[in-house]
Each structure stands twice: as C-alpha cells, then as structure tokens.
Design a protein around this ligand. Sequence first.
Ligand SMILES: [Zn+2]
Length: 218
Amino acid sequence: MKEIKCSVIQDLLPLYIDDAISDDTKTLVNKHLKTCEECKKEYEQMKETLYVPIENKATLFIQLNKQWNKKKRLLIFSSVLATILLGFAVFSFIVYYAKPIPYATDLVKIEEKADGTLVSNYFGKSHAGTYASHPIKVEIDGEMKNVSLIYYVETIANSPTSNLLGEHKSSSPIQFVLPESESVDAVYYGSFDFEDVITTEELEWEKRIQQMTLVWER
Ligand SMILES: [Zn+2]
C-alpha cells in the first residue's frame, strides 16, 4: 500500500486524537506513526495541547458552566441592587430636596377673579409642585376666618434642565385656582404638613399661621 502523505496524516491527527475517525483510518494513522518520526513528533505535540481526558473534559465544562452561572447571577444580583439603590437614591433625593420655596412678593400673587375665585400666580422658574389646603377655620385676632394655606416647592429634579425648559415655555405664571376659594377670607403662604391639615384641630392653626405669611385678605 502506498504511503499516505504526511500532510494528510497531520490533517487527520486532531480527529485521531479525539477518537473521531473510523477504525480503518485509525489503523492507517497508527501504522504511519510507527514509521514516521516527524508525524509522531507532531502527534505527541498535538496530543499535549489538544488531548483532554473525557473525565476532565466533563469537569472542565461543568466548572466553566458554574463559573458562568455564578458570574451571571452576580451580574443579575448587582444590577438589581444597583437599580434598587439608584431608585432609593433618586427617591430620597426628590423627597429630601423637595423644599418649600420661600415667599417673595414678586414670586407669588393671589388674584381675585370677578366670580370671587382666587387664583394663585407663581412667577418663579423652579417649580415642582403646588400645595394648597381647603379652607380651614382659624381664629385670628378673635375672629373666625376661612383660611387657605398655600406653598410651592422646588426640587433638584426640577433644575437645571427643567428650568431651561421652563424658560423656553413662556414667562407667564403658573396658575392655580384655590379650592373653594369663594368662601376664603385670607390666604397664608408657608409650608405645612398635609397630615397636619387633616389631623390637627382647626383652632390650633392660629399658632401655626403666625409663622406663615399673609398673602391675601378679602
Ligand atoms: Zn509522516
């Protein structure tokens, strides 16, 4: 039988090492390796680099899998955690930085419409929200009055981008119609707690209102 070319044998070597060739071909390679030093060398080298025992192959595969899973899990975990932390940070950021805008005469103006409703005009730029109470009965200087409380808040979230947007919008004020304002005798500006408005006895507001600013009176 004619000798098979070394190049053919060497092409077959990886398959031979992997035991992925027919018995006939294997016999041919075996024969050739016995007689050819060069191919034997090639085979020995290739075996070292390619040959992984079946058992080890399996373990290697499992280990890689495990590592990958661990990595993946770690990645998922950290991204979830990051999302939670980010959410928390953003949340507390907005909550903690939603601060009442201090009263200024050119910032807030209460306007009485012909029908007696009161409109609050806010001329500032950084505005994140309006808080207004329904009229509450408060004794002021011995007189019972229907008082509305109002204040505006700004947040960091509101600036500077929204400020820029706000500037593009228009220079017209943000308007807010005070609830049930036809019956309102006075409007006070100053921060208050919503829970307070609900839970505090109306008469107790006399003291609290002293820390607020009277911005409108009928
Ligand atoms: Zn050879």
